[in-house]
Ligand binder design. Structure first.
Ligand code: HEC
Ligand code: HEC
Ligand code: HEC
Ligand code: HEC
Ligand code: HEC
Ligand code: HEC
Length: 394
């Protein structure tokens, strides 16, 4: 069904619902109906609209509902991964629904869990009502801002960003998962799960090596609301506003064919003059060191990509692409086939976990540069002791 419901239909639905709910005397714990409504009990019959609904649905609404919706229609939450497949349908059971469906999320927050054996009929994508409760509260305050305990045991407590951390977190603790394992038991879904952003922002969750200390970015203290403070500010100026970046698109970059739109407004408040490199989604902050030891000092995110490439790359030369039965094939696909007697060492399993952790985070270090570079350099060194990590950040 099209989500662009014509206003006439909406008003008709509203009228019916308002009639039913106002007469039943239970809908919104909002303002009392005004005198005229109270006297008839049927506010909408003469064409007037219940004033408590008009705060949001009326002509002089207090909130920019349609603007938020237009942006939300551009978001991964609405469109799904790869911006085409609604994930509420493919991850709608087995516990997956607690992050991939609206209904599962609401149930998880209310009761602490979802029915792993069940599934949601008519599941909904995350939507306005997932993050807000406008009909219960009469405003757009967030459904939850409670601190979240991550699988590593670390607490994530960053204001409005706590909402996001409920879903954008690792699902597997590295310390439990990483150990020498028979190769034919290593599954393609081994790892932290696709969205470990909260863990990385907090500086935890990757496999950390003994006798090393790990730093963490200032971003976790300085950016108000963490996730919200970087992903939701709008571009500045009326000509740069775009439905596909900032606000309820939740995107920092949007790519369509050759066109790349990057919203640096949030960053510029702290990093004067920071911009995206022309035609790319990467920011122009120099690394200041050759972290990936390829002989040239590049921008920070390119160095991080270089570190990931040392593990898996399109040329097939990555450390996880070596040997007779490598974990990744030369073309970069996960290789599930291996001889029965082959063991993957702890260092290989750590590398697999950390490769997934940082590649699936997808910020190429912006979420937490020191932690990203330190962990990746240590990971590479564990497989290739000749790797030069003299540039390891402190
Ligand atoms: C605080 C804001 C707010 C108030 C007040 C409010 N609504 Fe809504 N309402 C929303 C939002 C947000 C949506 C979802 C819009 C969207 O999906 O783009 C919505 C959607 C709806 C829908 C469509 C349902 C759907 O699932 O798409 C109906 C019907 C509705 N509201 C009725 C009412 C009625 C009746 C009242 C007053 C009794 C009311 N609303 C008051 C914010 C509000
Ligand atoms: C109910 C769980 C949930 C909450 C809460 C949530 N997200 Fe998401 N988010 C997801 C899922 C699931 C996806 C991936 C969609 C898919 O895989 O189909 C996603 C996708 C995204 C994407 C797009 C990624 C891409 O591939 O394009 C961004 C950006 C994002 N979320 C940021 C946020 C931010 C910022 C917050 C907090 C304001 C937040 N999310 C809150 C579950 C959630
Ligand atoms: C993934 C979570 C998420 C979803 C989905 C979402 N919002 Fe929001 N919304 C937020 C966050 C976070 C804020 C910023 C609130 C803050 O910083 O306290 C916000 C703010 C708002 C505000 C501004 C409130 C104010 O007081 O200024 C409005 C209006 C709003 N949202 C409407 C919507 C509508 C309409 C939809 C559906 C089309 C929607 N939101 C979907 C997370 C979400
Ligand atoms: C704790 C919350 C959470 C749970 C539980 C969860 N996911 Fe996800 N999943 C996410 C988030 C968040 C993303 C998006 C991350 C991003 O866009 O960076 C995601 C992304 C995905 C993707 C898209 C990534 C891709 O490569 O296509 C798939 C598929 C997926 N999840 C499947 C599942 C399945 C299947 C389950 C249950 C076995 C599950 N998820 C359970 C939060 C969760
Ligand atoms: C310091 C700013 C900053 C903070 C804080 C931040 N992000 Fe990001 N995030 C980024 C940047 C920059 C990217 C890379 C965007 C791109 O290239 O599309 C990114 C990428 C992502 C992506 C992948 C988006 C995509 O399109 O591939 C998701 C999902 C995401 N962040 C979620 C979160 C969540 C959840 C939090 C809070 C736990 C968070 N971010 C905190 C800046 C930030
Ligand atoms: C509230 C302020 C604030 C915001 C907003 C912010 N940053 Fe930062 N950022 C910092 C601070 C402080 C540091 C740590 C500086 C240091 O240690 O030298 C930092 C570090 C970085 C680094 C790492 C530099 C290095 O070599 O370690 C990069 C890259 C970066 N930020 C990019 C971004 C991008 C891109 C955005 C927007 C998406 C952003 N920042 C938003 C304050 C901010």
């Amino acid at each position: 069904m099209s989500r662009h419901t014509p206003i006439a239909i909406l008003i008709a639905i509203l009228t019916v619902i308002a009639l039913a709910s106002l007469t039943a005397g239970r809908w919104l714990p909002l303002a009392e109906p005004d005198d005229q409504q109270a006297s008839t009990g049927l506010a909408s019959v003469d064409g007037s609209f219940p004033s408590e609904c008009a705060t949001c649905h009326g002509e002089t609404a207090d909130y920019p509902l349609q603007g938020a919706r237009t942006q939300y229609l551009e978001s991964g939450h609405h469109l799904g991964f790869d911006l085409e497949e609604p994930h509420a349908f493919y991850a709608n059971g087995g516990g997956c629904q607690s992050c991939h469906t609206h209904e599962g999320f609401v149930q998880t927050l209310a009761s602490g869990e979802v029915d792993r054996d069940g599934f949601i009929e008519w599941p909904s994508q995350p939507n306005c009502f997932t993050c807000h409760e406008p009909h219960e509260r009469g405003d757009f305050s967030l459904r939850t801002t409670e601190a979240v305990t991550l699988v590593s045991g670390r607490e994530f407590d960053m204001g409005a960003g706590n909402l996001c951390a409920n879903c954008h977190q690792a699902r597997t603790a590295a310390a439990d998962a990483v150990k020498a394992t028979p190769a034919n038991q290593v599954r393609s879904y081994f790892g932290p799960h696709h969205g470990p952003q909260a863990d990385l922002v907090a500086g935890t969750g990757a496999f950390e090596f003994e006798n090393q200390t790990y730093g963490s970015s200032q971003h976790r203290f300085d950016v108000e609301g963490a996730c919200v403070g970087c992903h939701m500010p709008l571009p500045e100026g009326r000509y740069s506003l775009s439905a596909s970046v900032g606000g309820h698109s939740f995107n920092i970059a949007h790519i369509e064919g050759e066109d790349v739109t990057v919203n640096a407004a949030a960053c510029q408040g702290c990093h004067e003059g920071i911009e995206a490199v022309d035609g790319s989604r990467l920011f122009d902050t120099p690394a200041g060191a050759d972290w990936d030891a390829d002989g040239s000092e590049e921008i920070a995110q390119a160095e991080v990509q270089g570190l990931l490439d040392r593990l898996v790359n399109p040329g097939g030369t990555g450390l996880l692409q070596q040997g007779p039965a490598p974990i990744y094939t030369a073309s970069g696909d996960f290789n599930g086939r291996a001889p029965d007697d082959l063991m993957r060492s702890e260092a290989e399993m750590a590398a697999l976990f950390n490769y997934k952790f940082f590649s699936e985070d997808r910020s190429l270090g912006i979420h937490n540069m020191p932690y990203t570079v330190q962990v990746l350099q240590d990971t590479i060194t564990a497989l290739d002791p000749a790797f030069d990590r003299s540039t390891r950040p402190r």
